[in-house]
Design a protein around this ligand. Structure first.
Ligand code: PGA
Length: 241
């Protein structure tokens, strides 16, 4: 695990975009799982600006949705797929046929999880994984406790995630109580991972994730044993002030 500490959120977004551009230039057709959330937003904007200046071709990436609320159609404004579409797929010029959705609105969500897993296996696993860190140590919606072999599945959200996600949608009551998440097993096998962490509120959890014991109670701690992981943290998160 490589730890990189940067000054602030802007620096994190720029460093993240540089990391991604290098990875995409090496492998323009990479299979990438891309997180939503506030943390990667600035990095995606940077990346889109590089693309619009013709400095990187992102259009051939194959994009996999990381997580989805259960029961929301993809065009619901809260659906994480519509967030991925707004922040990543459209600004980066990625064709719909190169996007794999985790279908939270499927009649049989468990079947949707199996279909997603089969599709990831078909492409040979993730080349790139872009992750944020939940306030409870989750990756995607792999809520604690999640062991390293946890599969893609339907989960109950923890109260901490419901509060945290309430920031996006104007209150906790707007947040569905269940979700589908790409499993730990797939995420931990990604060939390259970038974990982004920003803000004082992530101080304790980032130290537990990076330095603490590897435990299902902090799912992100299992990244310590994964290959090619870069953790990009700003000083606010690292110092807690
Ligand atoms: P955030 O979310 O980037 O909005 O802090 C991270 C997460 O909950 O995984």
């Amino acid at each position: 695990m490589k730890l990189v500490i940067v000054d602030d959120y802007d620096a994190l977004s720029r460093a993240g975009a540089d990391w991604l551009i290098e990875a995409i230039q090496e492998q323009p057709e990479a299979a990438i799982v891309a997180a939503t959330g506030n943390t990667p937003t600035g990095m995606y904007i940077e990346l889109a600006q590089y693309r619009s200046r013709g400095l990187v071709d992102t259009s051939r990436l194959r994009v996999f949705q990381l997580d989805a609320y259960l029961g929301l159609p993809p065009d619901d404004h809260r659906a994480l797929f519509s967030w991925t579409r707004r922040s990543f797929i459209e600004p980066l010029g990625i064709a719909e046929e190169n996007v794999v959705r985790l279908a939270g609105d499927a009649p049989d969500p468990w079947e949707a999880c199996r279909y997603y897993e089969a599709t990831v296996h078909e492409v040979g696993g993730f080349d790139l994984s872009i992750l944020g860190l939940g306030p409870n140590g989750h990756l995607g919606f792999n809520e604690p406790p999640s062991p390293p072999d946890a599969s893609t599945r339907v989960v109950d959200l923890t109260p901490e995630s419901i509060v945290s996600n309430g920031r996006y949608w104007g209150g906790e009551e707007q947040v569905p109580r269940q979700a589908l998440t790409c499993g730990m097993d797939l995420l931990l096998k990604a060939r390259r991972t970038l974990l982004l962490v920003s803000g004082t509120h992530k101080h304790q959890i980032v130290h537990r994730a990076v330095e603490g014991p590897q435990t299902p109670d902090v799912p992100a701690s299992f990244l310590q044993s994964a290959i090619n992981v870069t953790v990009l943290v700003d000083w606010a998160a690292w110092r807690g002030q």
